[in-house]
Ligand binder design. Sequence first.
Ligand code: DAT
Length: 174
Amino acid sequence: MRIMKRPNILLTGTPGVGKTTLGKELAQRTGLTYINIGDLAKEGQLFDGFDDEYQCPILDEDRVVDELEDKMMEGGMIVDYHGCDFFPERWFHIVFVLRTDNTNLYNRLESRGYTGKKLQDNVQCEIFQTIYEEAMEAYKEEIVHQLPSNDPDDLERNLEQISQWIEQWMKDNN
Ligand code: DAT
């Protein structure tokens, strides 16, 4: 039996914009595999040092890339991470940067338990569109797309659009 080729998708954006929510639901609807880089790093202890300012372990980016290489070559992966410039560019067929309005994001991060500098820095990251600019530098501009992620209607629209894109990609590449 010939194996169907499937695309790899990167979901990125500031923490709290809804990457996990979208990624998991998208995986359920399409049969693609959802990969959360934070969880993967925790499971495999793929860390290199500790960030005193943010009180969190520092991701060992090289080991994350090594760990994922074989899976990414299989295709059909949905990768979720709040950064994007250390992944090999060749891994992804499309990159989505989720965007959330400031007040909305502030409330989400606050209910997640973020306070003080951590809360402020993350909201600023969104205001300065840091991750969008990172994505535009790391990937071909034409494969980078911003998606609004403010309410359940946005979520549903994004799910439908990406599902359709996957279907079309598979028609074109098989
Ligand atoms: P991320 O993975 O980007 O950190 P998340 O998926 O954990 O974000 O979502 C953060 C919170 O926001 C969570 O409580 C779910 C909620 N949320 C996500 N997408 C949403 C949307 N489109 N509309 C309303 N709430 C959303």
